[in-house]
Design a binder for this molecule. Structure first.
Ligand code: G
Ligand code: G
Ligand code: NA
Ligand code: MN
Length: 249
């Protein structure tokens, strides 16, 4: 496969880089952490979005070494930030099924000397589709290390409520589809309110994704969201731009 070979070369030749997008904590009105988002700086095609290559990486299994690189790099970068904030890393369901994800996480934390409490793993429903003992055991082992687990893109798939009960999430990320609808559909606000109430009562926090307008932000504050993320706060930025952002530059 051409693309698989491309991804392999890209990894070997260090064509991947991480962008970081902040989460704003609404109580303190301060940046609470950053999500790491992988980018492919392709020599011919320019910057390629993960939407274009993560699916191929998943099909070919390349997501396992790529995901390991993302984890290690995210931990290394976070260890250098001027404040001990949280770093969130997206995990593919394929990484979970590959077996060794907890060993990979432990190694990345150790290598970077990063406090496990500063690492958050974002998982999608795909991870949970096989709601089996081994998935649960891995999640519990990760949580046992002190790592936080976030449910990504909440509200877009199936059976999400059952998953909330079955798995020990620390945080729910409310999918940007609901945020986008906030100004135009009253039921979107009702859904966001219901999710924040549910999360509260289960001891989880909430992050609303894709916040682009002050109006959406006001709705989310009113609904009791813990954190927001989106272009209104900041686009994803290069690793070198994180420290200046934290110093208020
Ligand atoms: O950053 P962008 O909006 O282009 O991301 C598109 C999609 O790629 C999002 O769904 C995001 O979660 C996913 N993504 C970004 N970085 C990673 C990563 O390191 N690993 C995985 N598995 N997905 C990622
Ligand atoms: O699936 P996931 O939530 O991880 O996707 C993250 C992606 O969403 C990032 O790649 C980022 O580029 C994109 N994103 C971040 N903030 C916004 C926003 O405010 N609006 C839109 N449309 N996309 C965003
Ligand atoms: Na994510
Ligand atoms: Mn998401």
């Amino acid at each position: 496969r051409g693309v698989e070979l491309d991804l392999r070369t890209a990894l070997a030749e260090q064509q991947f880089a991480l962008a970081f997008q902040p989460f704003l904590g609404l109580a303190a009105n301060r940046i609470a952490g950053f999500e790491a988002l992988v980018r492919w700086h392709h020599p011919a095609r320019g910057v390629v979005s993960p939407a274009a290559f993560v699916p191929v990486a998943e099909e070919t299994g390349m997501i396992v070494p790529l995901g390991e690189w993302v984890l290690r790099q995210a931990c290394r970068e976070a260890a250098r930030w001027p404040q001990a904030l949280r770093v969130s890393v997206n995990l593919s369901p394929v990484q979970f099924r590959s077996g060794d994800i907890d060993a990979t996480v432990i190694a990345a934390l150790r290598e970077a000397n990063l406090d496990p409490h500063r690492l958050e793993l974002e998982i999608t429903e795909g991870v949970l589709l096989q709601e089996d003992a081994s998935t649960l055991a891995i999640l519990h082992r990760l949580k046992g290390l002190g790592v936080r687990i976030a449910m990504d893109d909440f509200g877009t798939g199936y059976s999400s409520l059952g998953y909330l009960r079955a798995f020990p999430f620390d945080k729910i990320k409310i999918d940007r589809a609901f945020v986008a609808d906030l100004s135009v559909r009253p039921d979107a606000l009702a859904i966001v309110r219901a999710v924040t109430t549910l999360a509260d009562s289960m001891g989880m926090t909430t992050t609303a994704e894709g916040v682009e307008t002050e109006e959406q932000l006001a709705h989310l504050r009113g609904a009791g969201c813990t954190e927001v993320q989106g272009y209104l706060i900041s686009r994803p930025v290069a690793a070198e731009a994180v420290a200046p952002m934290l110093r208020g530059a």
